[in-house]
Design a binder for this molecule. Structure first.
Ligand code: ATP
Ligand code: MG
Length: 425
């Protein structure tokens, strides 16, 4: 991609009222745009990052035996009446509900348990059809009271939601524990350290759920965790405890702010019972299906990554989710020779399968280009200029000036050297 073609360009200033770092940097860098509070466009650069986040999730879920599908977002009231959630006061706080012109009631999806259970009712007959692990990436709508914090809290946002169905509680918990490990790996591949925190089930279940929390001062959540063992609880359930020592190992408990990037729920048989969804066991007897759900918010992950990985000049993307690997800066492009050389390197990198954003602007200062490189935060900056191609002996040096986004110093490498640098990382 050539920067001259990229939509849109970077902004010098953060939009007024943008309080959080992710809001400021993602908007200035041209990753996202706000339509109204809590409603965002993923611009080409932002969509590229989210696509990489999603691909990591997809790869790990597929290897856990899950299958991807896609469900509707517009839901008729009747299906939500089967579990009573349509009329639940807490649900009504966040679910967009409305009537069409004929008076028929609909809601916009804020989650999909009812829809999945309806599918299971149609297709699962016997124990031989289970277990099932089904997931999707889709938009969720929630009428969030406060939609600040940039893209961390949207009224319309992206969620990966996975649902699993089982013959027994035991089988459900085996997969539930698998997903814990899978989630840790997913987040770790994106560069996020997460803590597994016990929480209540909210509007989903009476059972406790588990949140995946990234510790950061700017997080809206408060968690309590043991400094020695892996005990961790969110504020809601921790405040009922007595004393300030770990209930498991008596060591010190710390309080921290954090961002919830994932949440998993062992729902049990509540939904199959309400919606009368059974399978036939080996003895021909009807049994309730055991059910669990698992969410990750890719757009919240996008914002979380920026909160964790930035400096005063801009974003510093982890390589696994960066929109491009190389920001190729062409300087002195008024000169035909340097321009030709920059174009040549751009094509060679692409031929090697490297994702390159080529700053091909003519008449823009080096300082401005470097500032944009830092703001956008691509892991490697490669400069081609008169200097890198000076010809004391009449021959180009064939050296590229490389700098990693998170390092101070530049160094010179050959094209081959650059390729092995990129492939090794
Ligand atoms: P929160 O407590 O932050 O409101 P939640 O517990 O209601 O979130 P879940 O229903 O568990 O959220 O949703 C699963 C995942 O979807 C969350 O872990 C988070 O990553 C993401 N998510 C939830 N609400 C939002 C939102 N309003 N904007 C962006 N992502 C969200
Ligand atoms: Mg949650």
């Amino acid at each position: 991609m050539k920067y001259s073609q990229l939509f849109p360009k970077t902004l010098k200033q953060a939009p007024s009222g943008a309080e959080s770092i992710n809001h400021q940097l993602l908007v200035r860098g041209g990753f996202i745009d706000q339509l109204f509070a809590g409603s965002w466009t993923l611009l080409p650069l932002g969509l590229k990052v989210v696509t990489k986040i999603n691909q990591i999730i997809r790869e790990e879920l597929n290897s856990s035996g899950a299958q991807e599908m896609q469900m509707p977002l517009l839901h008729p009231r009747e299906i939500w009446d089967q579990t009573g959630r349509w009329s639940n006061k807490d649900v009504q706080q966040i679910m967009y509900q409305f009537k069409d012109i004929h008076g028929r009631e609909f809601g916009l999806s804020f989650t999909h348990e009812e829809i999945v259970m309806n599918l299971l009712g149609k297709f699962v007959k016997s124990y031989k059809d289970l277990p099932l692990k089904l997931y999707q990436f889709s938009t969720k709508f929630r009428n969030e009271l406060r939609a600040k914090s940039g893209i961390l809290r949207g009224r319309e946002f992206l969620m990966k939601d996975l649902y699993s169905a089982h013959v027994s509680e035991e089988d459900m918990y085996i997969y539930y524990e698998d997903v814990k490990k899978v989630y840790l790996k997913i987040f770790q591949r994106m560069g996020l350290d997460t803590k597994i925190v016990e929480a209540s089930g909210g509007v989903f279940t009476d059972k406790n759920s588990h949140e995946f929390q990234v510790l950061t001062e700017v997080g809206e959540d408060t968690i309590y965790y043991c400094t020695q063992c892996d005990f961790a609880e969110n504020k809601e359930i921790y405040q009922d405890r007595e004393g300030s020592k770990c209930p498991r190992c008596s060591n010190k408990i710390e309080e921290a702010n954090s961002i919830e990037v994932g949440n998993i729920f062992p729902l049990g048989t509540k939904y199959s019972k309400d919606m009368k969804v059974f399978y036939t066991d080996e003895n021909g007897k009807e049994q309730l299906i055991w059910f669990a759900s698992y969410g990750i918010g890719p757009t919240r992950v996008l914002g979380t990554l920026v909160e964790i990985y930035h400096d005063e000049r801009g974003i510093i993307w982890p390589e696994s989710v960066a929109p491009y690997q190389v920001y190729l800066v062409g300087l002195d492009l008024e000169g035909e020779r340097v321009k030709g050389e920059a174009e040549r390197v751009y094509k060679l990198l692409q031929a090697e399968g490297v994702e390159v954003l080529f700053d091909d602007r003519v008449g823009v200062s080096a300082g401005e280009k470097f500032a944009d490189a830092d703001l956008i935060g691509i892991p490697y900056r490669v400069v081609i200029s008169k200097k890198t191609h000076s010809t004391s002996s009449g021959q180009a040096k064939d050296k590229l000036e490389v700098k990693k986004r998170d390092e101070k110093n530049t160094h010179f490498v050959s094209f081959k050297g650059l390729i092995s640098l990129l492939k090794d990382s």
